[in-house]
Design a protein. Structure first.
Lengths: 121, 107
């Protein structure tokens, strides 16, 4: 079965950094791209970004709202993807999901269960 | 960004009813439209991709159609497990964008 499991969410102060992890199983991570999506009561579902398979350069597409603050990476040898979040704002509060995509385009076919990030002083 | 206008925001229905949810895209997105179901405290799960193709294991009472930039999700013969929130997603153009969701609850 395709599985994605996020971790790393926590209560964190504004301005700090946090790295979320996504551990995948049930498929070859190298064959797929991976996206991050967040959900918050005020904004609903918001796609954050996508990283292509390394076979297609591992390039990323990012939402304008997070460019320069959030970064997506992957370590296929560990079956993991990461979302590095810097300079966190209260507006970044929400549940963060990783999702399996196609090889070169984001399609959000399978999702993890999510991890909660709360940005508050 | 492409805006996805989803309606209604909520609806009440009975077991066995047929319900229809609509998403309208602010510009053409070809067939790059998926539908998701989300239950409280759970992640969204894809129901339909490419307008009308059922995701693995999704019952055939779920169906999707397209007319231009208007997309519909129909649930025929609503079952107890179908009470949930439904979202559309366009993945034609970055950034991907979602509809605001439709909550389906028991009348």
């Amino acid at each position: 079965d395709v599985q994605l499991v996020e971790s790393g969410g926590s209560l964190i102060q504004p301005g700090r950094s946090l790295r979320l992890s996504c551990k995948v199983s049930g498929f070859d991570i190298g064959d797929y791209g991976l996206s991050w999506v967040r959900q918050s009561p005020g904004k609903g579902l918001e796609w954050l970004g996508f990283m292509r398979s390394n076979s297609y350069g591992g390039t990323t597409e990012l939402a304008t709202s997070i460019r320069g603050r959030f970064f997506i990476s992957r370590d296929d040898s560990k079956n993991m993807a990461f979302l590095q979040m810097n300079s966190l704002l209260p507006d970044d509060t929400g549940v963060y999901y990783c999702a399996r995509d196609g090889v070169i385009t984001a399609i959000l076919a399978y999702w993890g269960q999510g991890t909660l990030v709360t940005v508050s002083s | 960004d492409i805006q996805m206008t989803q309606s209604p925001s909520s609806l009440s229905a009975s077991i066995g009813d047929t319900v229809t949810i609509t998403c309208r895209a602010s510009q053409g997105i070809r067939n790059d439209l998926s539908w998701y179901q989300q239950k409280p405290g759970k992640a969204p799960q894809r129901l339909i991709y490419s307008v009308s193709s059922l995701h693995d294991g999704v019952p055939s009472r779920f169906s999707g159609r397209r007319s231009g930039t208007e997309f519909t999700l129909t649930i025929s013969s609503l079952q107890p497990e179908d009470f949930a929130t439904y979202f559309c997603l366009q993945h034609n153009t970055y950034p991907l964008t979602f509809g605001q969701g439709t909550r389906v609850d028991l009348k």
